[in-house]
Design a protein around this ligand. Structure first.
Ligand SMILES: N[C@@H](CCC(=O)N[C@@H](CS)C(=O)NCC(=O)O)C(=O)O
Length: 211
């Protein structure tokens, strides 16, 4: 498999974790987001959505990290990243979506660039926007994780796709110096995940394109 990735891409980070948890080898293909390489024709021929990640499995190309996580789960079921029970699976998917569909999109590169370039917001205002939405989202994640079902990880005692989403989001929060002290459960789960090689080896500084 080939993964189109960038060390700081949190959506690619989710997939790197899942590949590691499942013990699947992959070749990275680096696309420099900050230089805008994802918008060049060479990459939009690979992924018409012009977003990272893309996973190439043989001749097939997959886009959208959650769809890729589900694909990996279906094609390589062990170890499973979803619980067996349908209600529990829905809970895990809901936690993953809270991060991937509610927190992450408003803080994406193109949103931040639009705030700055088209709407004339200063670096400080853009950072304030970022921290606001991280705080709002992590508070909701904290409240959800306070309900029954949470264990060492987001769901009981095995890592799931919810953890694959939580960890990169916490990295983003830390990169923007957000105060994470109001989210002790999120941070406890984060710390537990980071003890696993699959998460540790997927982190931005350990990628060979890290700057
Ligand atoms: N919902 C997408 C989000 C993908 C995404 O936004 N990726 C970011 C990097 S983390 C990106 O490519 N951003 C480019 C941009 O905003 O222009 C997914 O989960 O794969």
């Amino acid at each position: 498999m080939k993964l189109y990735t960038y060390f700081r891409s949190s959506a690619a980070f989710r997939v790197r974790i899942a590949l590691n948890l499942k013990g699947l080898a992959y070749e990275p293909a680096f696309v420099h987001l900050a230089k805008g390489e994802h918008r060049a024709s060479a990459y939009s021929a690979v992924n018409p959505q012009a977003l990272l990640p893309t996973l190439e499995d043989g001749v097939r190309r997959l886009t959208q990290s959650l769809a890729i996580l589900e694909y990996l789960e279906e094609t390589h079921p062990a170890p499973s990243l979803l619980p067996k029970d349908p209600l529990e699976r829905a809970r895990v998917r809901s936690l993953a979506m809270l991060v991937a569909c509610e927190i992450h999109p408003v803080n994406n590169l193109r949103v931040l660039q639009h705030l700055k370039r088209a709407l004339g917001q200063s670096e400080e205002q853009v950072n304030a926007w970022y921290r606001h939405w991280i705080g709002d989202g992590l508070a909701k994640l904290e409240a959800d994780l306070a309900r029954p079902g949470t264990g060492i990880y987001c769901h009981e005692n095995l890592p799931t796709i919810a953890d694959c989403c939580l960890v990169p989001q916490v990295f983003n929060a830390q990169r923007y110096q957000c105060d994470t002290s109001p989210y002790p459960t999120v941070m406890r789960v984060f710390a537990a995940c980071m003890k696993l090689d699959a998460f540790d080896l997927a982190q931005p500084v350990k990628q060979s394109d890290a700057e």
